[in-house]
Design a protein around this ligand. Structure first.
Ligand SMILES: CC(C)(COP(=O)(O)OP(=O)(O)OC[C@H]1O[C@@H](n2cnc3c(N)ncnc32)[C@H](O)[C@@H]1OP(=O)(O)O)[C@@H](O)C(=O)NCCC(=O)NCCS
Length: 238
């Protein structure tokens, strides 16, 4: 076992010991309703692009419900629940080659705009797989606001790492606009004593043109496409 394997196990144990009220599980169909509600609520309130477009919880709920069903069927997503069984976090994980494709009909325009923008921020070709079972995509992450929830995202990332690596998914990526995620990523890296999440591309939503206009013209933030290679897999994303 190398140092980073050991560090990941220690970090996992520490997080579990200090967050005993939270457990992580594989996202399954039983979580579909609560996960869709959590994602709709937190994205409309806290995700930068959804906020700029003023998306509405009830409008986006059907989209999240469909997406969560797709994730549950693949069995790669992770949820965090507290002792009472209440959902505290969701991490959607998909195989890069088998990604969710929403029904265009009835999709709120704001979600089409965000989808087109994310589509325009591409992962470098050399990182992409030739077949299924190699690269996972973390599309959505959401944590319920509340006391004692500061480590939920890190716990879900580690749970996902533990589950995916033996399945052969040693590489992953995410398109990150929320600065809170970048901060969590950097904290997780401290234990590995080196970079894990590589920023492969940075885009500015305000430069994105959709049907002749710039929907995010007033937003100054960035989107980073982060890639990573599983801790201890012996290779790193370039
Ligand atoms: C993204 C998300 C899962 C992160 O949850 P979290 O791990 O609890 O992280 P926080 O939101 O508390 O942010 C982590 C840190 O970044 C900081 N941060 C958050 N937004 C920030 C911003 N705009 N600029 C600078 N720092 C920011 C927080 O203050 C916090 O720092 P602290 O721990 O020192 O207080 C959560 O914010 C969420 O559910 N957001 C809604 C959905 C979303 O945006 N998902 C991401 C797109 S997939």
């Amino acid at each position: 076992m190398n140092y980073v394997d050991y560090a990941a196990i220690v970090l996992d144990l520490v997080l579990r010991a200090t967050n005993r009220h939270i457990k992580t599980k594989v996202l399954s169909l039983e979580h579909q309703g609560p996960a869709a509600v959590l994602l709709s609520r937190e994205f409309c309130k806290n995700e930068p692009l959804c906020r700029v477009l003023g998306l509405n919880e009830s409008d986006v709920l059907p989209f999240f419900r469909d997406q969560v069903r797709h994730i549950a069927q693949q069995g790669l997503g992770i949820v965090a629940v507290d002792r009472s069984g209440t959902l505290q976090g969701v991490l959607t994980v998909e195989d890069h080659m088998q990604q969710f494709e929403p029904q265009a009909e009835g999709l709120p325009e704001g979600l089409s705009i965000i989808g087109a923008y994310l589509e325009s921020t591409q992962v470098p070709d050399h990182f992409l797989p030739k077949k299924a079972g190699e690269v996972c995509y973390i599309g959505l992450a959401s944590v319920a606001r509340g006391r004692g929830n500061r480590q939920v995202l890190s716990m879900m990332m580690l749970a996902s790492h533990k589950m995916l690596r033996p399945l052969g998914y040693v590489r992953g990526y995410a398109k990150v606009t929320n600065p809170g995620i970048i901060k969590r990523f950097r904290r997780l890296e401290k234990i590995a004593r080196g970079p894990v999440f590589i920023s492969a591309l940075t885009a500015k939503p305000k430069d994105f043109v959709y049907k002749g206009h710039r929907p995010f013209a007033d937003y100054d933030g960035e989107t980073s496409v982060f890639t990573w290679t599983a801790l201890g897999a012996g290779r790193r994303a370039k």
